[in-house]
Design a protein around this ligand. Structure first.
Ligand code: SF4
Ligand code: SF4
Length: 164
């Protein structure tokens, strides 16, 4: 199998925080250069080197799911039980575009029997997709202190997550 590469993406360098750099989520890393990528790639923090979003890991997700094209980074949480859809707050409705919304709702519907949750993150605010359709707004559930500085943690399964 040919492994995917990030190419020109770099979306996680904006949307995911990096504790080693004290980089908050949803702001561009000071080392990211558009069109060139990571300026410190050879010595980037371990948290960066370990991170891989679900698009990178899962060949079933087509090219339109590459995070710089979709507008969100998919990453697993709780050992794969949770699918996190990490939106760029500059594009809070990107997940509703075709084909994303239908696929995400399909995952929520079909995964519910196994306890899977699909969570839509807009910064600290969370929407949970309901298996029968629709969603509930869980409100601002990310603590501010973890929002401003945290690891990019590797979790079993795929993807990385915020701390519990
Ligand atoms: S969001 Fe995914 S594809 Fe994009 S740079 Fe990060 S790991 Fe690579
Ligand atoms: S150090 Fe490099 S890989 Fe890590 S967030 Fe910054 S630009 Fe991205």
């Amino acid at each position: 199998m040919v492994e995917r590469e990030c190419g020109a993406c770099g979306q996680c360098c904006k949307l995911i925080g990096v504790r080693e750099l004290d980089k908050a989520p949803h702001v561009w890393c000071r080392y990211y250069r558009r069109g060139k990528g990571c300026e410190v790639y050879q010595v980037r923090p371990a948290g960066c080197g370990e991170f891989a979003c679900d698009w990178l890991l899962d060949p079933r997700l087509g090219d339109d799911w590459r995070p710089d094209r979709s507008g969100f980074v998919l990453h697993a949480g709780e050992g794969g039980r949770v699918v996190n859809v990490e939106l760029d707050p500059a594009q809070p409705n990107a997940w509703r575009r075709s084909p994303f919304e239908a696929v995400l709702r399909g995952w929520a519907r079909e995964g519910s029997a196994e306890g899977m949750d699909v969570l839509i993150w807009i910064g600290r605010r969370c929407l949970r997709l309901l298996p029968g359709g629709g969603e509930i707004d869980l409100g601002v559930v990310r603590p501010a202190i973890e929002f401003t500085a945290h690891d990019r943690l590797r979790r079993p399964g795929s993807g990385r997550d915020w701390p519990a």
